[in-house]
Design a protein around this ligand. Structure first.
Ligand code: GTP
Ligand code: MG
Length: 423
């Protein structure tokens, strides 16, 4: 209940492929290689932003993909893919849905994390020129993008608190403005733990807490309400809900003052927060009495909203007034300093060779599999280059150690080949 969650699929762009190309000039018969590199694939980046309150947007749209890098054309480098940059509320914890590993804990405004790095652009043939290979006629393919299934979690802190006597209509109000489904009943102390609801105003969202009713003497420990006022500590404003026709015939304004006094006794700082007065159950009150009552509340100097959860009267106006307080910019001094970028840890660079099963040696590892995916396997020179890299990484030696011999089948990623010691 106190946690806002979303499961999201992030996909970074694949790198563009490098080009095989040679200088062409009049009267120059054999130009040198000049194939350019492919563009980088776009990253998926999350940034903590204090203007965001909830993960509601991610529930509406649970998939994001960054742009692929462009392939190089001749000696022209491919354009980089555009990244996807997403704002998340401060306090969002990002973890890998499958492994549960925490990828980032975005604690401060402005903190960033690359959840999904874009694929590197493949090298063009120009890159492969060396003293012994002056005419490379192969290029590298772009690195594949990455997909991360992530879980976003946010511990909700209320922006607005609903306070008031038991039976005032607080739970009814939160159920009218959010998808929270608290228990509602015509007796006091129905709510015994706070309910949180995500409220939408235009294209922004904020969090409202429906708190258990307060009663006179609460600050001395009477009733339940005081115990939960700590949930109001982060609230930017409080909505004091007052019933217009209390069952016991008491005066609504006197009831209001009594609860305000309790609040002050409990915590003067909390009492000093902006206050909205919501006079509830308008549908039960006669018109003249209702106007007189609203005027008496206005005399307190606070903003007053007459509402009815039954007819919907006054609800929108109240929600927008709440939003104004909830979404007000925090002043820069109170904002925490810009934290260092949180860097999501990516896949391990390690690889391993699984011994022959059914005569097939399987090489497993992200970096090796990516290397193979980036090789143009139809090109002999490209293949030879891959082989040399596998030798340098020690993969070929390891295969030999495990008994892999000439002609045995080796599988790397989706690629299968017959083992050979020679390039
Ligand atoms: N007619 C009418 N009844 C309402 C309205 N709002 C709430 N009620 C009724 O008032 C009673 C109390 O409502 P709740 O929302 O449970 O009150 P609460 O403030 O959450 O009470 P506690 O949880 O005990 O503190 C219920 O019977 C509601 O149906 C309204 O706008 N009009
Ligand atoms: Mg309630």
């Amino acid at each position: 209940m106190f946690l806002d969650e979303a499961e999201v699929e992030f996909r970074s762009g694949r790198g563009g492929s490098g080009a095989v190309s040679f200088h062409r000039e009049k009267h120059v018969p054999r130009g040198g290689p000049n194939g350019a590199d492919g563009g980088r694939g776009g990253d998926v980046v999350l940034i903590a932003d204090r203007g965001k309150r909830t993960l509601y947007d991610f529930q509406l749209q649970p998939k994001y993909a960054a742009e692929d890098g462009e392939h190089a054309k001749g000696n022209k480098k491919g354009r980089n893919g555009r990244p996807v940059v997403l704002k998340v509320p401060v306090g969002t914890v990002v973890s890998d849905l499958l492994s549960g590993e925490v990828l980032a804990d975005l604690k401060a405004h402005g903190q960033r994390c690359v959840v999904c790095r874009g694929g590197r652009g493949g090298f063009g043939n120009l890159h492969y020129v060396s003293s012994v290979r002056q005419v490379p006629n192969f290029a590298e393919k772009g690195e594949p993008g990455r997909t991360v299934l992530a879980k976003l979690e946010l511990k909700l802190l209320a922006d607005i608190g609903l306070i008031g006597l038991p039976n005032a209509g607080k739970s009814t109000l939160i159920s009218a403005i959010s998808s929270a489904k608290p228990k509602i009943a015509d007796y006091p102390f129905t709510t015994i733990v706070p309910n949180l609801g995500v409220v939408r105003a235009g294209d922004q969202t904020f969090v409202v807490a429906d708190l258990p009713g307060l009663i006179p003497g609460a600050s001395q420990g009477k009733g339940l309400g005081q115990r939960f006022l700590k949930h109001a500590e982060r609230c930017k404003a409080l909505v004091h809900v007052v019933e217009c026709l209390p069952l016991d015939g008491s005066d609504p304004v006197a009831n209001f003052e009594a609860i305000e006094t309790e609040l002050h006794a409990y915590d003067p700082e909390l009492h000093a927060r902006p206050r909205l007065i919501a006079v509830s159950k308008a549908d039960l009150c006669r018109r003249e009495a209702w106007q007189r009552l609203l005027d008496r509340f206005r005399a307190t100097g606070h903003a007053v909203f007459g509402i009815s959860a039954v007819t919907g009267q006054g609800i929108d106006a109240l929600v927008y007034a709440m939003a104004e307080h909830a979404l007000a910019e925090e002043s820069e001094e109170t904002a925490p300093p810009l934290a260092q970028s949180g860097q999501a840890r990516m896949q391990q660079p390690d690889w391993e060779v699984l011994g022959a099963e059914d005569g097939v040696f399987v090489v497993r590892g992200d970096s090796v599999e990516r290397m193979v995916a980036m090789t143009d396997l139809d090109n002999r020179d490209g293949l030879r280059h891959l082989h040399r890299r596998l030798v340098r990484m020690g993969v070929i030696d390891r295969l030999r150690e495990l008994g892999c011999g000439e002609g045995d089948t080796v599988q790397i990623g989706e690629w299968e080949f017959a083992f050979s010691d020679e390039a």
